[in-house]
Design a protein around this ligand. Structure first.
Ligand SMILES: [Zn+2]
Ligand SMILES: [Zn+2]
Length: 265
């Protein structure tokens, strides 16, 4: 499984890149490459177009309805609804239930159909805790995590490898379950110890992300969702204080391969 970081800035787009968005690619047994997008936050539709032609997307997963995770669906909807190709199928979007009305509210329209076209460009699927479904070669497990709004993390298996994505969450059993034995644990570390102690039930710190990685025995950790006002060395050091395995910070345009064949033997 290949993971492209499209955007990884926490809570809002930063001077160096967009908010959360990750592109997953996996070839199936017939040699067709499937592409699933996880989140499309503020500013992320621009760099997505640098990575792929968005018309090649097979599906989108939206972890929760905070703007830094879904807002650039407005751009993707325009792209899909008015594209010169008339053979684009409805694009499956798996998201919390209120997504269609949220998009319509942002766009100031009634209902899910864009002006001037006949049909809804997206095929909406509602996420639920403990749901499991497949998109091509991707097997996806969904767990509800702890955040001020309905929010989900994903455990995605493809080609025998496991990617765990925290979405936005504080410490919880669901996060530990998602990450058990993951080859790659893409985990948010939006807060830092001390500065953000007044908040609970919102974000992990580097320390709490590291603790989850230790509990889950994750094989490799990539910390993400670090806001522009945070020195990324701080959450990295927090995680390093408890987790001794491969650990790094997500950066825009980074590409990760989970394939065990890519690891040194
Ligand atoms: Zn966020
Ligand atoms: Zn959030």
């Amino acid at each position: 499984m290949r993971i492209h970081v499209i955007g990884c800035s926490g809570s809002f787009a930063g001077p160096g890149g967009a908010a959360s968005s990750y592109l997953l690619e996996q070839e199936d047994e017939n040699g067709r490459v499937w592409r699933v997008l996880m989140d499309l936050g503020s500013g992320a539709f621009g760099p997505l177009q640098s990575a792929i032609d968005p018309a090649d997307l097979d599906a989108v997963l939206i972890s929760h309805l905070h703007p830094d995770h879904f807002l650039d669906l407005t751009g993707l909807e325009v792209f899909w609804a008015y594209h010169e190709r008339d053979d684009l199928p409805q694009l499956p979007i798996h998201a919390p239930e209120p997504l269609p009305e949220r998009l319509s509210a942002v766009l100031g329209r009634k209902g899910p159909v864009p002006d001037g076209v006949d049909c809804v460009p997206f095929d909406y699927h509602v996420l639920r805790d403990h749901q499991q479904f497949s998109i091509g070669p991707f097997d996806i497990q969904v767990r509800e995590v702890v955040h001020p709004v309905e929010a989900y993390g994903f455990r995605i298996t493809a080609g025998g490898d496991v990617l765990a994505y925290s979405g936005d969450t504080d410490t919880c059993q669901a996060l530990d379950d998602l990450a058990v034995g993951a080859d790659l644990f893409l985990c948010e570390a939006g807060y830092i110890e001390g500065r953000d102690d007044r908040f609970t039930g919102v974000h992990l710190t580097g320390l709490r992300a590291g603790e989850a990685a230790v509990t889950a025995q994750a094989g490799r950790v990539v910390l993400t969702h670090i806001a522009a006002w945070t020195d990324p060395a701080v959450p990295l050091a927090e995680a390093r204080s408890v987790y001794s395995g491969p650990l790094e910070l997500a950066t825009p345009k980074a590409v990760y391969d989970t394939g065990r064949s890519d690891s040194p033997s």
